[in-house]
Design a protein around this ligand. Structure first.
Ligand code: ADP
Ligand code: MG
Length: 313
């Protein structure tokens, strides 16, 4: 199979959002009136982000999901994507499954694949995602203010617990393992939440490297500090029972949103949670200063060492 057969067979699909999709030297598209484009790139490397024998369908899903998650955290509508892929060999069965996982999620969100690059090499998957958002409504990291509530969506730590099992650090029972592996391999990008939070959240980020690490980016960019109540964190029963609850602070790969909002917006946010059928939990407060303090309900500070994933540390 030639490179071009491979692209035609596995990646060339209609691109109704674009003026020109796959097949030329560049794709052409137009952003809707009143919007600017939001672009983000995320790469998944074999051996670093996934095991070399990972299920290709789930890998296709996750490659796009982690990118969609960045646009969710920006309050943007995802529209176009490019895919750069390095493959050790042209394995038709693998590519069929990978593209099926990728396009299933792309279709759900109305995203067109409009270009990319294909080379031989160690398995490496890199998506650039492009979306649109009215510039004044983009959910940035630099908008948090003293007094804001800090919120997170969904439940934290299950993906990291699943990874800990695969690494032999914990041993989960079958049913619990299945839940945690779904969280790890099939994250749900919170696009609808990002859109609902336009004009409500003052800052937002997606949790890819762990709550403390990612909230830390909001704090630095906004020049504020945070107090988190550990007992208020939304943990699954599985995580509570595992004795690894601290993974909710440091574990990566959750792809939930962490955001801050004025106290006046509590009721609005509760309505959003009900409408989206997605738990939204208040976990702390933005305060003056720098850094983040985690304490329990009694006000005792909890020691937080190792605060998220860093590729070079
Ligand atoms: P060029 O030589 O100009 O870089 P390529 O031969 O790499 O173009 O690619 C041919 C066309 O196929 C281009 O439109 C490119 O965007 C698209 N393409 C290549 N690889 C992929 C891929 N993995 N997914 C989607 N589109 C791809
Ligand atoms: Mg090329």
């Amino acid at each position: 199979m030639s490179e071009f057969d491979l692209i035609r067979r596995h990646f060339n699909r209609p691109a109704p959002n674009a003026l020109l999709g796959i097949g030329d030297d560049a794709a052409l598209f137009q952003v809707s009136a009143g919007n600017v484009s939001a672009i983000s790139t995320d790469m998944l490397v074999s051996g670093t982000h996934f095991f070399p024998d990972a299920d290709p369908f789930l890998l296709g899903h996750k490659t796009l999901a982690v990118n969609l998650s960045d646009l969710a955290a920006m309050g943007a509508v995802p529209r176009w994507a490019t895919l750069a892929i390095a493959l050790p060999q042209a394995d038709d069965v693998w590519l069929e499954r990978f593209s099926a996982g990728f396009f299933a999620l792309a279709q759900q969100h109305g995203v067109d694949l409009i270009g990319g690059d294909t080379t031989r090499g160690p398995l490496n998957l890199c998506v650039s995602i492009i979306g649109e958002v009215p510039p004044q409504l983009a959910l940035r990291r630099d908008g948090a203010r003293e007094g804001d509530d800090i919120w997170v969506s969904g439940e934290l730590g299950d993906a990291a617990l699943g990874l800990a099992h695969l690494q032999g650090k914990v041993a989960l029972p079958q049913a619990e393992l299945a839940t945690c592996l779904t969280a790890l391999h099939a994250p749900v990008p919170r696009i609808a939440l990002g859109l609902a939070l336009r004009g409500i959240a003052r800052s937002a980020i997606d949790i890819s490297d762990g709550l403390l690490a990612d909230l830390g980016h909001i704090l630095v960019r906004s020049q504020v500090a945070a107090r988190i109540v550990f007992d208020d964190l939304p943990l699954s029963k599985t995580l509570r029972d595992s004795g690894q609850s601290k993974l909710a602070l440091s574990g990566g790969d959750d792809y939930e949103l962490c955001f801050t909002a004025a106290v006046e917006n509590r009721v609005n946010i509760e309505h959003i949670a009900a409408e989206l059928q997605l738990p939204l939990t208040r976990i702390g407060t933005i305060v003056a200063g720098t850094g983040c303090v985690v304490h329990d309900v009694n006000g005792h500070t909890i020691n937080i060492e190792g605060n998220g994933y860093d590729h070079f540390n």
